[in-house]
Design a protein around this ligand. Structure first.
Ligand code: FA5
Length: 335
């Protein structure tokens, strides 16, 4: 009896070893511990055994069955842990392809254009420190400019970055001067939402530092970028702006493509959409990045990529871009 029980366990283990699918394991289970299995038969024969044999073999037979069941269970469990994904390519399914998101398209167009001009693409964290998001950018605590960029402060002392300008400091620290970087990424603000304001949107930062860099260089890069994305004549305007990290600072607006500049809810009836903040890098920012402002100058810009996508694809409400509504996004014929 003992020998037979031992060999049942050994054979069960041997057959399970050869199983790679759940269905195979279940077949072996049924063969070895199912209703018609040998161990069930032996268990049933217990009732006809003498009292002495019952005492001798009763617990051994029961324990053997339990052991066999637990061997099967652990084999099934380890198969699950292996995440054995099988792909049934005989199934008939909808093979309609998706397309790139409008923001992804414009981000790629802008970075491709900047790469041609010698920019390196870098990226920084979305969860950022106050130092990189504000302080190193010449925005100390309690500076009124922090009001323009209220954000979500986290329990761990970090914040969700309000701008991709944190990459200016990280870029200078990592690469020094001369420098030519761009950094696309997601940004966050505690905003009142409307047709052109989101709380989660995309920007791309650009920064150039070298000897003798001037505003003319900045204007050239802006023109190249916009003509690459729109491939048509554009109506843009440059006006003085204020950013603590650039001096002088400018804002670049684009004539609203939704209303042709006449005024509509998208441009809040102003006829213009604010697209880009830019300027010459403030000496304090160069110093914070470890660069000598006596030797080097630079320019920086931050383009609102989500708004750029709105203008390129004539999307009248920014909120649709984060909505994940495929029915709406399908309207854009972009691949
Ligand atoms: C900035 O964020 C500066 N970091 C830009 C900059 C970089 C200036 C380098 C100088 C040097 P501003 O807050 O204006 O600036 O935002 C830049 C662009 O992001 C805006 O022109 C707009 O296109 C976009 N933007 C800003 N806020 C929102 C929002 N709530 N929703 C969608 N787009 C926004």
């Amino acid at each position: 009896m003992e020998k037979e029980l031992e060999s049942l366990i050994a054979n069960l283990k041997k057959e399970l070893k050869e199983c790679s699918k759940e269905a195979d394991i279940l077949n072996v289970k049924s063969k070895y511990v199912g209703k018609k299995s040998r161990i069930t038969e032996i268990l049933a024969s217990l009732k006809d055994m003498s009292v002495e044999d019952k005492r001798k073999y009763g617990s051994l037979i029961n324990n053997t069955k339990k052991e066999m069941e637990s061997i099967v269970a652990s084999t099934l469990e380890s198969l699950e842990n292996k995440v054995n994904i099988t792909f049934d390519d005989t199934l008939d399914y909808d093979i309609e392809n998706g397309s790139l998101h409008p923001v992804t398209i414009v981000a790629k167009e802008v970075t491709d254009c900047l790469k041609k001009m010698g920019f390196t693409v870098v990226s920084g964290p979305e969860m950022e420190s106050e130092y990189y998001n504000f302080e190193a950018l010449n925005v100390p605590k309690d500076h009124p400019a922090r009001d323009m960029q209220d954000t979500y402060y986290l329990d761990n002392g970090m914040l969700l970055r309000t701008q991709t300008s944190d990459n200016q400091i990280r870029g200078m620290e990592n690469y020094g001067a001369p420098l030519r970087i761009c950094a696309p990424g997601r940004t966050f603000r505690n905003e009142d939402l409307d047709a052109n304001h989101e709380n989660t949107f995309f920007q791309i930062e650009g920064m150039v530092i070298d000897e003798n860099i001037s505003i003319e260089n900045l204007m050239y890069v802006m023109q190249e970028l916009l003509s690459e994305v729109f491939k048509t004549d554009l109506k843009v305007r440059l006006r003085p702006g204020f950013f603590p990290f650039t001096e002088p600072s400018y804002e670049m607006d684009m004539s609203c493509v939704i209303c042709g500049g006449k005024g509509c809810p998208t441009c809040k009836n102003g006829g213009w959409i604010e697209l880009i903040g830019c300027g010459m890098v403030h000496p304090n920012v160069l110093r914070a990045g470890g660069i000598d402002p006596e030797k080097y100058t630079g320019f920086a810009f931050g383009i609102g990529l989500t708004r750029l996508a709105m203008m390129k694809y004539k999307i009248s409400d920014i909120r649709v871009l984060n909505s994940g509504d495929i029915r709406y996004l399908k309207n854009f014929d972009i691949k």
